[in-house]
Design a protein around this ligand. Structure first.
Ligand SMILES: Nc1ncnc2c1ncn2[C@@H]1O[C@H](COP(=O)(O)OP(=O)(O)OP(=O)(O)O)[C@@H](O)[C@H]1O
Length: 248
């Protein structure tokens, strides 16, 4: 039997008294592209953060590649791009340096051999070869987003998790992103993508997990409801990079 990249079992996530996710049970099929949809504040980002171990699980469990214990989870198989929230502010490193940090981790403090070739491949893949030596902070928002995707892709992840990747992108960048996700899927890899609207990614999405007030209210083929999701906005409190986690 193939082991699902992600399996939630009656998952509950709480911030203090505030229960944000209730009884989430779902298992992700390897190679599939799953859209996580829902209105602002419904718990989408929290679900992704729970997978990464940076949202407090108060009940139930999450298994990544069959492993529940953090120290056993194969973090290198997972790539994550956070929601864009002035992510470039204060990052004085070059695009090259930012992308290469995707190869570092808790037990990997130095860069493996042959990184320049991998770097060039992945920058070419996201169309940023010409910006390699530029400061990350001077890139446009869409270019920063693509650099962060390159940072996630440089570790050749099986599971790519993107939090609202289309937000603020123009048509060119949205199409570029869809191509990147499409290629990842063609290679047999899995994606979990938080989306307000499916947009250019619609043809790639196999399954929609729609969340409302912390509950899964739809788990199946895509509906059109995602285009209408704009209710009240509650800003989560988070740092730009949430450094210190295994994937970042
Ligand atoms: N670090 C935190 N501390 C306390 N509450 C939090 C924290 N992060 C998120 N929340 C709360 O959890 C709820 C769900 O937030 P989450 O960011 O998961 O929503 P979302 O569906 O991703 O929303 P959006 O579409 O606006 O990004 C919100 O009420 C939010 O205020």
């Amino acid at each position: 039997m193939t082991i699902p990249p992600v399996a939630f079992n009656d998952l509950e996530v709480s911030y203090g008294e505030n229960v944000v996710l209730h009884g989430i049970t779902a298992s992700v099929t390897p190679g599939s592209c799953v859209a996580i949809t829902g209105s602002n504040g419904s718990g989408k980002s929290t679900l992704v953060k729970a997978i990464l171990g940076i949202a407090p699980v108060s009940a139930g469990s999450i298994r990544l590649y069959g492993e529940e214990k953090r120290e056993k989870i194969p973090w290198r198989r997972i790539g994550y791009v956070p929601q864009r929230m002035s992510v470039g502010g204060g990052v004085s490193s070059t695009v090259r340096e930012v992308v290469l940090t995707g190869l570092l981790g808790p037990r990997q403090w130095w860069l493996p051999r042959g990184v320049e070739k991998r770097l060039d491949e992945v920058l070419d893949h996201v169309g940023l070869s010409h910006r390699k030596s530029d400061a990350f902070s001077i890139l446009s928002g869409g270019q920063q987003q693509r650099a962060l995707i390159a940072r996630a892709l440089i570790r050749h992840p099986d599971l790519l998790m993107l939090d609202e990747p289309l937000t603020g992108l123009d048509t060119h960048n949205r199409k570029a992103l869809a191509e990147i996700v499409g290629k990842h899927k063609e290679q047999g890899h899995t994606s979990m993508i938080v989306l307000h609207e499916l947009g250019e990614l619609a043809p790639l999405v196999d399954r929609e997990l729609r969340i409302s007030a912390g509950h899964i209210v739809h788990d199946g083929p895509c509906t059109h409801a995602v285009h209408e999701l704009h209710s009240h906005h509650e800003e989560p409190t988070m740092t730009s990079f949430e450094l210190g986690m295994d994937v970042l």
